[in-house]
Design a protein around this ligand. Structure first.
Ligand SMILES: [Fe+2]
Ligand SMILES: [Fe+2]
Length: 294
């Protein structure tokens, strides 16, 4: 079995239930399950001045901030997949079942993260404003191709790398269990985006409306903006603007921003999306304005 039928088979065989997660475990950031090193605040004086317990609590809250954005993405993912299922039901009948399974999986990711953040960690942040607006715009746009491109290529890809980073860093047992089942599903969703290359390329055929390109551009920028854990930094009394600049410089130095500038257009190009202009725009404008207003 290959292609979409193989993915359906794998989704059914690997289905997990919300109840099987170890919800009896308590989340205690003091127990050493969170690292003491903060990716962004690491070398800064107010961070170094903290005790190791305070540092762990800070990293715990940073993690919860990223998970809160992921939560918003999961809910929107469920919504987008449901929309695509309806919009493409006639032209791609072979994809319906997989889309239905995928919507259900995103819903479970949302529910598990929501329970983790609100009941177990008791730390839940509002999503990053830019990310929220980008998700809303993609949900409102009429084209199923754009929903798939932005949802599956831009947001899924960035979410998957975020989840794997958090999974490596956090040794908190309940969070690891939640993220592990999440990542297993997401790797199948990424495999599905390969199946979409051909059908999408047929529809996009090298030309897209300028509004579509704007939407993709703003979504990539929103993914970067969502990495800036501002509400947590402000709890530490760090000045927002200076901290945003510091964080973006760090992301630049470590080559993270370059991945957004190059790898995302590369993935989009494989689906037939014309990326010459987008690549130029991302080259110059990926982080423009993000220091000033987040
Ligand atoms: Fe998900
Ligand atoms: Fe997904």
């Amino acid at each position: 079995m290959r292609g979409v039928p193989a993915l359906i088979d794998s989704a059914l065989r690997n289905a997990w239930s919300f109840k099987e997660l170890p919800w009896h475990l308590e989340v205690d950031p003091d127990r050493g399950s969170f690292p003491e090193e903060s990716f962004f605040a690491g070398g800064l004086r107010p961070f170094r001045a903290m005790s190791s317990a305070q540092r762990r609590a800070f990293v715990f809250r940073e993690t919860c901030f990223h998970l809160s954005n992921l939560l918003a993405g999961e809910r929107s993912g469920e919504h987008l997949v449901a929309q695509v299922l309806v919009l493409t039901a006639r032209e791609r009948p072979g994809h319906r079942e997989f889309l239905a399974l995928m919507a259900q999986e995103e819903a479970k990711h949302f529910l598990a993260l929501q329970k983790y953040l609100s009941e177990k960690a008791s730390v839940l942040y509002p999503p990053c404003r830019r990310l929220f607006l980008a998700l809303e715009a993609v949900e409102a746009c009429a084209s199923p191709e754009v929903k798939l491109l932005v949802g599956q290529v831009v947001f899924e890809w960035t979410a998957a790398s975020l989840v794997s980073t958090l999974l490596v860093k956090a040794r908190e047992p309940l969070l690891s269990a939640v993220l592990r089942v999440n990542l297993r599903d997401e790797s199948r969703h990424l495999a599905y985006s390969y199946e979409l290359r051909e059908p999408l390329a047929k529809v996009l055929t090298g030309r897209v409306a300028p509004e579509m390109e704007d939407l993709v551009f703003e979504s990539v920028r929103a993914s970067v903006s969502a990495l800036l854990a501002e509400p947590v930094w402000s709890e530490l009394g760090l000045e927002a603007r200076a901290m945003r600049r510091h964080a973006l410089e760090r992301l630049e130095r470590l080559g993270v921003l370059d991945r957004y500038r190059k790898l995302v257009p590369e993935q989009l190009a494989r689906c037939g999306f014309p990326v010459a202009k987008l690549t130029r725009r991302l080259g110059k404008g990926l982080v423009r304005g993000l220091v000033a207003d987040g």
